[in-house]
Design a protein. Structure first.
Length: 116
């Protein structure tokens, strides 16, 4: 059974940074595809970044490139997303999303609110 627990969100001022965590079970983050997505106001979902494979392959969407860094700790089976230079447009709920054998899994997400 896949279980995901996202944390690290909160209220932050514009220009600040956050480090989001995704603790996973039922998934091998050292090998399986793991993505970060967010749900923006208006219920728009947006892909941010992903990591997969033992060779630490990472990809970033343009919206995250240059501001976000995705890492993982295989021993803790936990994935992280560091986001810098936050703006109010980054406000939303952030999710990690593994894909196993074509099946997507979603956690509860963690709320990020960026104020001016």
């Amino acid at each position: 059974q896949v279980q995901l627990v996202e944390s690290g969100g909160g209220l932050v001022q514009a220009g600040g940074s956050l480090r989001l965590s995704c603790e996973a079970s039922g998934v091998d983050i050292s090998r399986d595809y793991m993505g970060w997505h967010r749900r923006l106001p208006g219920n728009k979902f947006q892909y941010l970044a992903s990591i997969f494979g033992s060779d630490y392959t990472r990809e970033y969407d343009d919206v995250a490139k240059g501001r976000a860094t995705l890492t993982r700790d295989n021993r803790k089976n936990t994935m992280y997303l560091q986001i810098d230079a936050l703006t109010p447009e980054d406000t939303g709920v952030y999710f990690c999303k593994p894909i196993l054998r074509g099946q997507e899994y979603w956690g509860q997400g963690t709320q990020v609110t960026v104020s001016l």
